[in-house]
Design a protein around this ligand. Structure first.
Ligand code: ASP
Length: 446
């Protein structure tokens, strides 16, 4: 965005914000303590409001962005068979990468067994400290139970209410229907509406630009809020578990996804990473795939040159359905808690864990802690008491930041994959290294 201007590039500023916020937060936490009045004051009056304003700016534009980009994406694809093919490719990619992620997590947790060494008194202490939080999550899990109703609810009764409630799938569904309808009515009647949607989309993207200018400050504030209050003491007893989750996330991004990028997307992982890092830092600091959607669209379209009607169609779907990092986290956490509670799982049950991790990752909302209520539901299937979630809640924020980053990595790679599979984009069209741009694309990138 303002990358072209003089001075440090936006992504460098965002990354600096991340490091400065993290460093200040860690210093405050270790020198003063998370509950020190000065730290609490700073969080209440400075970092909290600044972080919230940034987050709210992102959330403010998510729903109009999703509606306009999905409707335009579908209308832009033209005929409904093509929409089905693009959707099928996207969902296929989501499922394959999510499955790969869950399987990787299971290998890590079974080989390293972080749960078998957890001392009895640590387990009891954690369950006592986080009992209140855990019962709130169990309540949510009952309310949000995953089942046939989840699918029926996608067909929204009231798209305005869905948008107001942050029900992304409802808005996506309405956008799909609306876009499809635009392809079915006479072109002369559809044109004014597509023009209006184009304008809405452009205006929303301009707001994204403004919000992203605040990103260095917002990211710094959000990270300060987390690190200054984080219970670093918890990292010791749960260190093994945290390292296994982080190790599996890193392995998935650096090995599995690098291979997928090379083989299926035809892109060097380092180039991909360098073009999307602002979005990854936004994901890390917000812990929300939905809040990161505007930054992810920006990265895919401007950073990688993916055509807007493909990015606008695949990314909103991905931000709620493609959660590689979440499936790693869910699989590992289920097995970890089984290890802690001394429950041995058969190979068949491990297979069920993978399948459930994939299904719930698809169903989880792209908000901070969105997967926890679904995770509580899986735990019950294997005889782990729902309250057991209390053991990991204290370290969840740091894991949430990391898994959301991997989720967004997967989303953007999906957009590039689908664009390539559709023959609309390839690595040579990445802006800044374009060797030859297709004439149709040059216009969309202008
Ligand atoms: N925070 C994650 C996301 O937005 C969801 C989760 O795993 O809790 O992608």
């Amino acid at each position: 965005m303002d990358d072209k201007k003089r001075g440090p590039k936006l992504h460098t500023k965002i990354l600096s914000g991340l490091f400065i916020g993290a460093a200040l937060g860690i210093i405050a936490n270790t020198q003063l303590g998370g509950k020190h009045p000065l730290v609490e004051w700073t969080n209440h009056y400075v970092a909290g409001p600044a972080g919230q304003i940034f987050l709210r700016l992102l959330f403010m534009i998510v729903m109009p962005l999703v509606f306009a980009s999905i409707a335009l994406g579908v209308a832009g694809l033209g005929d409904l068979r093509r929409v089905g093919r693009v959707g099928g490719r996207a969902i296929g990619y989501f499922l394959v990468t999510t499955f790969l992620a869950a399987a990787t997590g299971l290998v890590f947790v079974n080989v390293l067994k972080p749960g078998s060494g957890l001392a009895q008194e640590v387990k009891a202490g954690l369950m006592e400290t986080y009992a209140g939080d855990a019962s709130a999550k169990i309540g949510l899990s009952r309310a949000e139970g995953f089942g046939i109703g989840t699918f029926v609810n996608i067909v929204t009764r009231n798209p305005v209410k869905s948008a107001a409630d942050g029900d992304m799938l409802g808005v996506i569904f309405f956008g799909l229907m609306f876009g499809a309808a635009l392809t079915l009515i006479p072109a002369a009647k559809a044109r004014p509406m597509t023009d209006l949607l184009e304008s809405l989309n452009c205006a929303v993207i301009a707001i994204v630009g403004m919000a992203m200018k605040l990103a260095p400050l917002g990211v710094c504030a959000l990270i300060f809020g987390v690190t200054s209050r984080f219970g670093f003491a918890l990292l010791r007893p749960l260190g093994g578990y945290v390292l296994v989750v982080l190790g599996a996330l890193l392995f998935h991004a650096a090995v599995n996804m690098s291979l997928v990028l090379r083989l299926a997307v035809g892109l060097a992982p380092s180039l991909f990473f360098s073009r999307v890092r602002s979005a990854l830092v936004t994901a890390f600091s917000t812990s929300s795939s939905s809040a990161t959607l505007p930054a992810a669209m920006n990265a895919a379209e401007e950073g990688l040159g993916v055509p807007p009607h493909i990015a606008g169609f695949v990314l909103p779907l991905g931000s709620t359905m493609c959660m590689n990092g979440t499936s790693i986290f869910e699989g590992i956490t289920v097995i970890f808690l089984c290890q802690v509670f001394g429950i041995d799982l058969t190979l068949g049950q491990m297979g069920v864990v993978i399948v459930m991790a994939v299904i719930t990752a698809v169903g989880a909302a792209g908000v901070p802690g969105g997967s926890i209520p679904l995770l509580v539901g899986i735990l019950a299937m294997f005889g782990v008491p729902g309250e057991g979630i209390a053991i990991v809640l204290g370290v969840d924020r740091v894991l949430d930041m990391s898994r959301t980053t991997v989720n967004v990595f997967g989303d953007i790679s999906a957009a590039a994959y689908v664009a390539r599979a559709e023959g609309l984009w390839n690595a040579s069209m990445v802006p800044g290294r374009a060797v030859r741009a297709a004439p149709g694309l040059a216009a969309t990138q202008a």
